[in-house]
Write a protein that binds this ligand. Structure first.
Ligand SMILES: Cc1cc2nc3c(=O)[nH]c(=O)nc-3n(C[C@H](O)[C@H](O)[C@H](O)COP(=O)(O)OP(=O)(O)OC[C@H]3O[C@@H](n4cnc5c(N)ncnc54)[C@H](O)[C@@H]3O)c2cc1C
Length: 305
């Protein structure tokens, strides 16, 4: 491929676009600032037979150490703007969820307060059906515009197959814009709720570390006995456990921390060990929540979704 479209770069380092700061470069990388630019990039990728990946805020993402083949896209400019219109918030999917929560509070709108501590983009939050404090993305979503090589289509929440930390969005389908349907509320009260949620989170989770938040989903079923993934990992002696440059946090055992030189392979090995300990001790099979980009080698039995 001698000629690349304007703005497409080769061998772009991705680690800096993730919160865990691991992984290699994208073979090709581009930022899309408008819906039209995104559509052009996807049409070009399809014509060239390239795989397409998307990175939001990289707060739930493990990139392969060997890098990612094909084109990786990040949304910006128009595709990260936030505007309130009556009781609705319209935004680009590159907008950060805490900024959407703050904009809603300023506009006197309630329903998306739960996003204040989720350091992801709107697109990543839709893909993952982000939730916190009893609030859930699926419940406040009006619609999304999804772009793929076939073009753009608008989907409602009932078409997105939402479940616990999942949606039915396929690789190569990029959420470009979203609309949230909220309820009118007193701005000062919503702002006070955000402040309370920020303080609660600060007390409960480690701050200032390189992590992608929860590593495993909270398990269901009788063996787990209402315990969270973090409680099971802690009880299985994983808090503080290290492999290479990656370690489970002492404060919150479901958080993996990159101590500096950690690689994606270190993180995967640590996760495998945590999973083994919980299986042996409690008979519970933890399911990873973190998403992967590129050919990340997963131990047998892990689902990639
Ligand atoms: C400290 C910390 C606390 C966290 N707390 C919470 C929490 O309370 N609740 C919670 O639910 N999550 C939490 N998370 C996890 C994470 O923030 C969420 O999963 C978030 O929704 C991921 O969004 P992102 O933009 O960072 O996605 P990324 O990590 O960039 O990507 C995640 C997945 O989404 C896909 N994706 C990204 N953008 C798009 C798009 N525009 N269109 C289609 N697919 C896309 C990626 O390809 C990838 O498969 C936390 C993470 C951290 C680091």
């Amino acid at each position: 491929m001698a000629d690349l479209p304007p703005g497409v770069q080769r061998e772009y380092p991705l680690a800096r676009l993730t919160t865990i700061r691991t992984g290699g470069p994208a073979e090709l990388f581009a930022r899309a600032g408008t819906l039209e630019a995104l559509e052009r990039l996807l049409a070009w990728s399809a014509a060239e037979g390239l795989e397409v990946g998307v990175v939001g805020s990289g707060s739930n993402l493990l990139v392969a150490d060997a890098g990612v083949r094909g084109l990786v896209i990040k949304l910006e400019q128009d595709l990260s703007k936030i505007e309130s219109q009556g009781t609705r918030i319209h935004c680009g999917a590159g907008a950060r969820l805490p900024a959407v929560s703050a904009a809603a509070a300023r506009a006197g709108l309630s329903g998306i307060e739960f996003g204040v501590n989720i350091p992801g983009s709107v697109g990543g939050a839709v893909r993952m059906n982000a939730n916190a404090y009893g609030g859930e993305l699926a419940r406040v979503l009006g619609w999304v515009d999804v772009v793929s090589a076939a073009g753009t289509d608008r989907r409602g929440p009932q078409q997105l197959g939402f479940g616990y930390r999942r949606s039915n969005l396929e690789r190569g389908e990029i959420v470009a814009r979203a609309c949230f349907a909220l309820e009118p509320a007193a701005s000062a009260e919503v702002k006070a709720t955000l402040a309370r949620m920020r303080a609660d989170r600060k007390a409960a989770q480690p701050g200032g570390i390189k992590t992608f938040g929860s590593t495993f989903k909270n398990p269901k079923g009788p063996q787990a006995g209402q315990r969270t993934a973090g409680q099971l990992l802690a009880a299985a002696g994983c808090g503080g456990l290290r492999i290479g440059g990656a370690g489970f946090s002492v404060k919150h055992a479901n958080f993996v921390e990159n101590h500096g030189e950690g690689t994606t392979a270190d993180v995967i090995a640590l996760m495998a060990e945590g999973r083994r300990r919980v299986r042996e001790r409690f008979g519970v099979e933890l399911e990873p929540e973190v998403q992967t980009l590129g050919a990340v080698e997963l131990p047998g039995g892990w689902k990639r979704r």
